[in-house]
Design a protein around this ligand. Structure first.
Ligand code: SF4
Length: 251
């Protein structure tokens, strides 16, 4: 079995949501954030490979729209304009990360760092950038700054730190969110890196246990019948219109 931090995040939100997404494979329309974030990632990949970042952004947007028609309301011209502004200011505002790995895909075994217990699954994923001095950088495109809660209580941080530990045999110096905060009609875009989060071996063990619980439930086919309805999760769930467990607001 292959597990990724996206799958783990979905399972942690709601096991039934995992069932819709990864067992029934019910497609959902891609959001504007998905289109824009994907293209910005491609642009940054080009930038850190010393190519033209905006061209990389535009090519990715064009390729994605060639593969799939954007949902109604997604304006590619507006996204291109926003991308242009971002790649104009990026070299002036962003911290320069000296990369050793860029958009690095990984597949690693799942082993408890302390007890050496092994799980019957591998962890797969992609790290946006690893610096020569041992930091993991995750590019985050958003319309506002990430909350402190998001930064500290994050499966992604521990998952990336775990993958780094398996690849390099030591903990990363830290995990940094490189925030690309979109502009709007009144505000220019802002590029702002968070302070590094420093996962410990204890965090990696905790991550291992979270993988173990999720994998156990998936193998036992328990995801369908274990919804986790709460108002906020259901509000933003792509499957709320078909799910009979959806949390109903009590008046
Ligand atoms: S609507 Fe709520 S209960 Fe149903 S799958 Fe989504 S998050 Fe889970």
């Amino acid at each position: 079995m292959k597990i990724s931090t996206s799958k783990l995040n979905t399972y942690s939100d709601c096991p039934r949501k995992y069932w819709y997404s990864y067992e029934l494979f019910i497609p959902t329309p891609k959001s504007e954030a998905f289109w824009f974030g994907g293209a910005v990632h491609s642009g940054l990949e080009a930038y850190y490979k010393k190519k033209d970042g905006f061209q990389g952004f535009k090519d990715a947007l064009l390729q994605s729209s060639g593969r799939e028609k954007p949902a109604e309301g997604i304006n590619l011209e507006k996204l291109e304009e926003q991308g242009k502004k971002i790649f104009e200011i990026y070299p002036k505002q962003a911290v320069y990360f000296q990369p050793i790995l860029i958009e690095h895909r990984f597949t690693v075994d799942l082993v408890n760092p302390e007890t050496k217990e092994e799980l019957p699954a591998v962890l797969t994923g992609k790290i946006d950038l690893v610096t020569v001095d041992g930091y993991i950088v995750d590019h985050k495109t958003a319309s506002k700054e990430l909350s402190d809660d998001y930064q500290t209580n994050n499966l992604q941080v521990n998952g990336y730190a775990y993958a780094y530990w398996k690849i390099f045999g030591q903990l990363p110096k830290g995990v940094i969110f490189n925030q690309i905060i979109k502009g709007n009609s009144r505000r220019e875009p802002v590029i702002k890196a968070t302070n590094p989060i420093k996962p410990t071996i204890g965090d990696l063990c905790f991550f291992f246990q979270e993988c173990k619980s999720a994998i156990d439930a998936i193998v036992r086919k328990e995801t369908r019948d274990y919804p986790n309805p709460n108002f906020m999760t259901c509000q933003f769930c792509q499957y709320k219109n078909i799910c009979s467990f959806k949390h109903k607001k009590v008046r």
